[in-house]
Design a protein around this ligand. Structure first.
Ligand code: NAD
Length: 344
């Protein structure tokens, strides 16, 4: 589906970078979104560009050409990490709103450049933290806010996969220059954002230990991050590229004095998974249904929420300064924890 949606005002989008995340999640989300229309695609790889199934879109091999297109009002940046900063600056200079894949940037300095470019141009900026738009995570936020879990003492996330060196042709994820790190910089941003959002709190501290235990490449293949929120809760994130895919490895657990919440297979790119509460007194576990209306692609929820703020002239719910703060926290923890020995 493409073109204007019947009966409503829609925002015109270009997707820059037509690889895995764009093809499988972002483009279908924009095509299905009630208030967005996909008008252009951009990728220097002509094959990647042509692989995308979409009618009525203009395909560009250069960013400048996409940005010159007046029907493009917003850009979804889905390129390797090292390109996010310069591309955001170019989009902002052309007056386009930006939704940029995580990690926002490799360094906080780059994040600051992005932030000031968007401020100067008066365009919206948000980092694409799709997981906070998953129906289970939205429900968790409500449960925490309503006090259903009591005082949250600890939060724990396990988010991991198996990513060998030959996982993709020209695997940029294991190139320190293009990725900025390995499993930690790729996977931890989701959990760092998500726990702040569901707890309604801010990380006050963060430390990390990284490893290169299994795969023979130049970046970490696993990490454990640990920190404390301003309100006092402790958080632990386990992320890895060295976890066999057959294991359960997408869990989010909040321990509260009244109940424990467990979201299973909700972290990731797709809807579905389960959410349960275990009562602190009886130990009884109950599963909470996710409303079918809300339990759609988190990417679709995300582009609809971003488009709505732009179309209605409302600020995005999180200021970009906050995303720069998360980049800074992660980067300090990554460099302090970078002491992994050679893989054996
Ligand atoms: N939110 C999520 O769950 C999620 C999942 C996967 C990837 N990502 C993020 O999305 C981004 C892309 O990851 P991916 O897995 O799709 O990578 P990918 O390698 O599959 O795709 C990247 C694409 O960018 C293109 N590209 C390179 N240089 C470009 C340029 N100058 N202009 C336009 N396009 C260019 C490449 O040709 C390629 O098609 C990364 O930042 C990654 O961290 C997020």
């Amino acid at each position: 589906m493409s073109g204007a949606k019947p009966g409503g005002h829609t925002l015109g989008w270009a997707v820059v970078g037509c690889g895995l995340v764009a093809r499988d999640y972002v483009i279908p989300a924009l095509q299905g979104a009630r208030n967005a229309r996909l008008v252009a695609l951009c990728d220097p790889d002509a094959e990647a560009l042509m692989r995308i199934q979409a009618d009525d879109v203009v395909r560009h091999t250069a960013l400048d050409a996409a940005l010159a297109d007046r029907s493009v009002e917003a850009v979804y940046i889905a390129t390797p990490n090292h390109l996010h900063a310069a591309m955001t600056e170019a989009c902002a200079a052309a007056g386009k709103h930006v939704l940029c894949e995580k990690p926002m940037a490799i360094t906080a300095q780059d994040g600051l450049r992005m932030l000031s470019a968007c401020r100067r141009a008066g365009v919206h900026y948000a980092t694409a933290f799709d997981q906070r738009h998953h129906a289970a995570h939205r429900k968790l936020r409500t449960l925490v806010k309503e006090g259903v879990l009591g005082t949250i003492t600890q939060a724990r996330i396990h988010y991991a996969c198996w990513l060998p060196a030959d996982w993709a042709p020209n695997n940029w994820r294991i190139d320190p220059e293009q990725a900025g790190g390995g499993a930690m910089i790729d996977l931890a941003p989701h959990g760092l954002d998500l726990l702040e959002v569901v707890l309604g709190d801010e990380w006050q501290s963060l430390v990390a230990m990284t490893q290169r235990r299994v795969h023979d490449y130049a970046v970490d293949d696993g990490a454990v991050l640990m920190g404390q929120f301003r309100g006092g809760a402790l958080g632990v994130l386990q992320v890895a590229y060295n976890c066999p895919d057959a294991y359960p490895r997408r869990t989010l657990e909040l321990i509260g004095t009244r109940a424990r919440a467990l979201a299973y297979k909700t972290m990731g790119q797709t809807p579905g998974g389960t959410l349960s509460l275990t009562d602190a007194t009886t130990g009884e576990e109950t599963w909470l249904p996710l409303s079918p209306d809300e339990d759609q692609s988190p990417f679709r929820n995300q582009v609809e929420a971003f488009s709505e703020c732009v179309l209605e002239g409302r600020p995005q719910p999180f200021a970009p300064e906050r995303d720069v703060r998360l980049v800074g926290l992660l980067s300090v923890a990554l460099h302090a924890g970078k002491a992994f020995p050679p893989c054996h």
